[in-house]
Design a protein around this ligand. Structure first.
Ligand SMILES: Cc1cc2nc3c(=O)[nH]c(=O)nc-3n(C[C@H](O)[C@H](O)[C@H](O)COP(=O)(O)OP(=O)(O)OC[C@H]3O[C@@H](n4cnc5c(N)ncnc54)[C@H](O)[C@@H]3O)c2cc1C
Length: 320
């Protein structure tokens, strides 16, 4: 980029790439500065189910999810497939409010429900194969004239010297760039097995501290899950065995499935994502981080709002 960028976006996970695409396609000259390429971000480890949208109507996370669902429906993209699957909970009568509005909603009968689950229903939702999807987002950004430089910034002040507008999409690393005490690591393993022929997804709620999730992506299946507050990214064989066994109780075909990947990521935990702008000297800094276990699901909605704050030059808060 020979001219000075209008905006520097920090980070090229799903948040940074989606926001940078909205900015560059909105006519801005955009440079991404990142510590690592998309394939080495937390985003590349997501499972990743988009939806359902079960938050109350006035919660910004509901509108952000709706926008992501709209984009993924209207703009078919590599790595994204609309799939039928089961959402389930152990207690009976646990169908959440608004679930009926989800595409393809159908309660499962007693004989259709997996053993041990009192509530289960079918829905149709987008499943995202993250490595493929992130590669596409990167290509789309660069195809629109955006530039990516693998060179982390040491501070927001350093970023402000690069462009008059800084968009901070650094996920958990935002804790090194801001004094945000609410941001914390939430450990999560990603277990990938060869697909023994599974086509429907399965997701158990609630997602804490452990659950069963089965997300088929063609030749492989991503299994979950677990979450706990921890910085430890060492894969734990006992945790892997536990997750595979839990999922195999739902889908017996998984019992002997070959594990082909086991990595551990740190979700950027925060009570709510921070999508907000502030002035730092002459620079406008827009924050878009802290999406916890929902960064893919919220990506296009938060990108829309962060890009509006960046392009509009406003500093009013949309969520903090
Ligand atoms: C096992 C697992 C399963 C998950 N499943 C789902 C799911 O099904 N659905 C869902 O919605 N979410 C899911 N998530 C959560 C999701 O992965 C995160 O919310 C999301 O990846 C956050 O994306 P991000 O772009 O904000 O952060 P990241 O992907 O962490 O990207 C941060 C970027 O900032 C860069 N960076 C860091 N420091 C600097 C610096 N100083 N200067 C410049 N750049 C910097 C990094 O290199 C990186 O490019 C899952 C997470 C895990 C771990």
């Amino acid at each position: 980029m020979t001219l000075r960028p209008d905006v520097v976006v920090l980070g090229c996970g799903v948040t940074g790439l989606s926001t940078a695409i909205r900015l560059v396609e909105g006519g801005a000259r955009v440079l991404i500065r990142t510590a690592a390429p998309p394939a080495r971000t937390t985003s590349s480890l997501a499972s990743a189910l988009v939806g359902p949208n079960l938050s109350p109507p006035d919660d910004p996370q509901r509108a952000w999810t709706e926008e992501t669902l709209r984009v993924l429906r209207d703009e078919p993209m590599p790595g994204v497939t609309l799939r039928e699957g089961t959402l389930a909970a152990r207690p009976a009568g646990a169908t959440p409010p608004f679930a009926e509005r989800t595409l393809g909603f159908r309660p499962l009968d007693d004989d259709e429900r997996p053993t041990g689950f009192g509530t289960a229903f079918t829905v149709r939702l987008p499943l995202v194969d993250m490595p493929v999807y992130l590669a596409h987002l990167l290509q789309r950004f660069q195809g629109a004239g955006g530039e990516v430089r693998e060179e982390p910034v040491g501070s927001l002040g350093e970023a402000a010297a690069v462009a008059p507008v800084v968009v901070n999409c650094t996920g958990l690393a935002a804790r090194h760039l801001t004094d945000d005490a609410e941001l914390h690591p939430v450990r999560g393993p990603r277990i990938v097995v060869r697909n023994p022929g599974i086509e429907r997804f399965f997701m158990e709620a609630p997602m804490t501290p452990t659950w069963a999730s089965i997300f088929p992506h063609g030749d492989h299946v991503v299994l979950g899950g677990a979450q706990r507050r921890s910085e430890d990214t060492t894969p734990d064989p006992a945790e892997e065995a536990d997750i595979v066994a839990r999922c195999a109780r739902i889908e017996p075909a998984l019992t002997d499935a070959e594990v082909i990947e086991h990595r551990v990521g740190l979700r950027p935990g925060r009570p709510v994502p921070r999508v907000a702008a502030e002035r730092r000297g002459d620079a406008l800094v827009v924050h878009n981080y802290g999406h916890a276990g929902s960064g893919v699901m919220l990506s296009w909605g938060c990108a829309r709002d962060a890009a509006a704050l960046a392009l509009g030059g406003r500093t009013d808060r949309s969520a903090e």
